[in-house]
Design a protein around this ligand. Structure first.
Ligand SMILES: Nc1nc2c(c(=O)[nH]1)N[C@H]1C(S)=C(S)[C@@H](COP(=O)(O)OP(=O)(O)OC[C@H]3O[C@@H](n4cnc5c(=O)[nH]c(N)nc54)[C@H](O)[C@@H]3O)O[C@H]1N2
Ligand SMILES: Nc1nc2c(c(=O)[nH]1)N[C@H]1C(S)=C(S)[C@@H](COP(=O)(O)OP(=O)(O)OC[C@H]3O[C@@H](n4cnc5c(=O)[nH]c(N)nc54)[C@H](O)[C@@H]3O)O[C@H]1N2
Ligand code: SF4
Ligand SMILES: [Mo]
Length: 713
């Protein structure tokens, strides 16, 4: 029997990356504890971290590289060594590259799981530009791109300095559910301290209960609301005149463009009572410093980019940029995306699928437009796929087409913790180690101030021969592009990253001992000090070096110079469709126990949310003869349907329905609960790839239509 050891690491089951102390004995996790010394999470953990032992010990974990032996889909595999697996992948990569060009191979990734940069380097090593196939078009990009084009810096939750703010606008983000450990906790602390809190969400999310104002918005109308707030703030002269004069480009054009957005008209479009709109504008503008955290709520619509731009403009004229309590400029996004680590050559991004149809997706987002990629697979132009930390039918819109496309591949590699919804169609399966089982994997210091770099350590040995994703990239990179992968192991990769970007030159042992690297005192208003622009001059890091309320760079991709509002196209549909699908459909809101489609097989997590469901208002349910908890069919245009339970809540408008993200693909044997594969309860079955953002390709994941029908017993 060995002694119990306590290992300091980081939970990666969401982007909050809370500090964890894992108590370990005989290679078993016996206790999970929040790390009280972590500079941001300060000991907080959400429910997900506590199931680390159940994930580590789960009998269904993928443990060894496996090669398909029987017919595809027959479930017959043989165990092979990592060397054999790498040989086989290398052979296929060389074969397809030589015969058809590197464009015949695609690498996919899901959300950032600590490997964004090395994942991109791996993709580039194969000869493909950017990040390949990724769900970034339905993730944060419709907010991040407007931020970087308008302010010259990425600006997300880690930018919103809630700790020092007097007013926080929670715009289509669910802080306690999606960002529990750090942002959620800091937000509640700020509220307790007396900061104002405004929640803009079609649903009464948990923090709405603490809010000074909850604006229950009609999905997909966020730009209209932002214009109305901007107009009130301009009309009442509540904006920062000095800042606007000195630092903003296009104020007069913005002012002219918002004139039509009277509170009356905006109430009609957004369903928010005009009194509340006026109150919100005054609350935001008079409680300074103020900040905002727009997220997937306004983002994943056909008009998401416009919503993002309208919100950035609203907060641009308030001028609380890079000041305590405002929207801070941090550098870590730059670190993650730096070509020194990603090796991305922007001049090749046009080679990504979808470049003709959706140039902003490929050139602005460095990703392929997923629809174009799946179309290419169907046409056999893409022959090989390497999916790492991504379950495409669960993640992308248009599930049916995604599955059809993947079935056409000649060769398919999947790397995951567990069998996922495409492993049965794969030719080679690679097992992955969980965060409790790996030293490393860390990319985005997506922490709210003070943005530390934190060193995660392996606590237990992974089951079988699981490798973390960095290990795989390194081993494969060495074979295909050795000059780009000079490191010996993941410790060396850490060393490179820290030395290159942070000037930290320490051995792994020293890094582990240090554990946290908290930056020195923050410099504010960097744009006034020549610290915002890459060339060291004064001003913002935009083309005009100002806050671009009107943006030529956007116009260069086809968008208007000044953002505009248009309704999601399904809202203006014909009367027949409207009658057939009267409810507006939101898909994908996060739930406490799950990270995307993962972990419905883990008892501690599944117990908290056992069945797939749709949220509808009791009046909508009554009109359809539906009672709480009964199974219903959800039908959507183009003959699509899934089956879930009805959950009745007054926290949603009777005209709106919401299906959360997970899809409940896996069964949980311990609890005797069923799994629903990729097609029975997954909301992406209902979402088409088009209509989508004209230049970026974001589909209507939060502005579609459906009808809910009681299932006959
Ligand atoms: N309708 C709708 N669809 C959405 C969204 C929505 O709101 N609505 N949200 C979108 C967003 S924002 C995103 S980012 C995507 C996310 O989509 P993805 O990131 O693709 O998430 P999953 O579909 O769960 O697939 C991830 C797989 O990776 C595995 N995995 C987890 N960690 C690791 C790891 O470290 N290494 C490896 N190799 N495997 C790992 C999991 O077990 C899981 O099977 O979904 C998008 N899809
Ligand atoms: N537990 C958990 N945490 C996660 C994840 C997870 O899968 N599980 N995924 C991570 C990832 S990759 C991401 S990108 C983030 C996303 O983080 P969030 O953006 O917080 O994710 P959601 O809960 O999907 O969406 C936020 C809110 O948008 C609201 N909403 C829907 N439509 C609209 C609209 O039209 N306008 C407005 N204003 N609001 C609307 C929804 O009701 C929801 O409450 O979460 C991360 N954290
Ligand atoms: S919020 Fe929860 S899941 Fe996310 S990192 Fe923290 S403990 Fe892990
Ligand atoms: Mo995401």
């Amino acid at each position: 029997m060995s002694e119990t050891k306590i290992v300091r690491t980081i939970c990666f089951d969401s982007h909050s990356k809370c500090g964890v102390l894992l108590h370990v004995k005989d290679n078993k996790i016996i206790k999970v504890e929040g790390d009280p010394d972590h500079p941001c999470s300060k000991g907080t953990l959400c429910c997900k971290a506590f199931s680390a032992a159940q994930i580590h010990e789960h009998p269904d974990r993928l443990k060894y590289p496996m090669r398909r032996v029987g017919q595809r889909g027959s479930g017959q595999w043989e165990r092979i060594s990592w060397d054999e697996a790498l040989d086989e992948i290398e052979g296929k990569v060389r074969y397809y590259t030589e015969k058809y060009g590197s464009g015949s191979i695609m690498v996919s990734k899901g959300t950032g799981r600590g490997s964004n940069h090395f994942h991109t380097r791996f993709n580039e090593s194969i000869g493909n530009p950017g990040r390949g196939l990724s769900p970034a078009h339905v993730c944060l990009m419709p907010n991040l791109l407007p931020a970087i084009f308008t302010y010259g810096y990425f600006c997300y939750i880690e930018s919103a300095d809630v700790v020092n703010s007097r007013c926080m606008t929670i715009w289509g983000i669910n802080p306690t559910t999606s960002w529990s450990g750090v942002f959620g906790r800091q937000l509640l602390e700020a509220k307790r301290r007396g900061a104002k809190l405004i929640v803009i969400d079609p649903r009464f999310i948990d923090v709405a209960a603490k809010a000074d104002l909850w604006l229950q918005i009609k999905p997909g109308t966020d730009a209209a609301l932002a214009f109305a707030l901007t107009k009130i703030i301009i009309d009442e002269e509540l904006y920062d005149k000095e800042f606007v004069e000195k630092w903003c480009l296009g104020f007069e054009e913005l002012k002219a463009s918002v004139q039509e957005w009277t509170p009356e008209k905006t109430e009609e479009v957004t369903w928010i009572p005009k009194e509340k709109i006026i109150q919100a504008a005054r609350m935001i503008a008079t409680n300074r410093p103020t900040n905002v955290t727009p997220s997937l709520g306004p983002g994943i619509h056909e008009n998401g980019m416009q919503n993002g731009r309208a919100i950035m403009n609203l907060f641009g004229i308030l001028g609380d940029l890079d000041v305590p309590g405002g929207l801070l400029q941090n550098r870590h996004w730059d670190v993650m995306l730096d070509p020194k680590i990603t090796m991305t050559d922007r001049s090749r991004l046009h080679l990504l699928p979808g470049s003709d149809e959706k140039p902003f997706c490929t050139m602005g987002g460095s990703i392929s437009w997923p629809k174009a990629t799946f179309d290419k697979m169907k046409r056999h132009d893409i022959k090989m796929l390497i999916s790492i930390a991504n379950d495409p039918p669960m993640c992308f819109e248009n599930t049916g087409e995604v599955v059809e496309a993947i079935a056409q591949l000649e060769y398919h590699v999947v790397k995951d913790y567990f069998p996922n919804s495409i492993t049965h169609m794969a030719d080679l399966i690679l097992p992955s180690s969980h965060w409790s089982e790996r030293d490393g994997e860390f990319d985005e210091e997506l922490y709210a101030d003070p943005c530390p770099v934190v060193i995660p350590q392996k606590a237990v040995d992974p089951p079988g021969e699981c490798w973390c994703d960095w290990e795989f990239f390194l081993a494969f990179g060495k074979r295909i592009k050795p000059e780009w992968w000079p490191w010996n192991d993941v410790h060396d990769m850490w060393h490179f990253r820290l030395k290159e970007f942070y000037g930290i030159d320490e051995t792994w042992e020293e890094l582990v001992k240090h554990a946290y690297y908290v930056p020195d005192e923050r410099v504010y208003k960097k744009y006034e000090k020549g610290l915002s622009r890459k060339d060291g001059e004064i001003g913002f890091n935009t083309d005009s070096h100002k806050v671009e309320l009107k943006c030529d760079a956007f116009a260069g991709f086809g968008y208007s110079e000044i953002p505009s509002y248009f309704a999601p196209s399904i809202y203006d549909t014909d009367a027949v469709t409207e009658k057939e699908f009267p409810l507006l459909l939101i898909t994908g809101g996060r739930l406490y126990p799950y990270y995307h489609s993962a972990f419905t097989n883990i008892p501690m997590q599944r117990a908290l949310s056992p069945d797939p469901y749709i949220e509808i208002h009791p009046d909508a349910a009554k009109a359809r003869g539906i009672t709480d908890g009964e199974w219903v069919t959800v039908k959507a245009p183009y003959n699509r349907e899934i089956t879930v339970k009805a959950v009745l809540t007054k926290g949603i408008d009777p005209r709106v329905a919401h299906i959360p993200r997970p899809g409940w693909k896996d069964a949980c044997k311990e609890l005797g609960l069923e799994g629903y594969s990729y097609d029975k309860a997954n909301p992406n079955v209902l979402i088409p790839a088009e209509p989508s953002d004209e230049y970026y390709g974001t589909p209507p994941m939060r502005s579609w239509r459906c009808e809910v029908i009681r299932k006959e017993r």
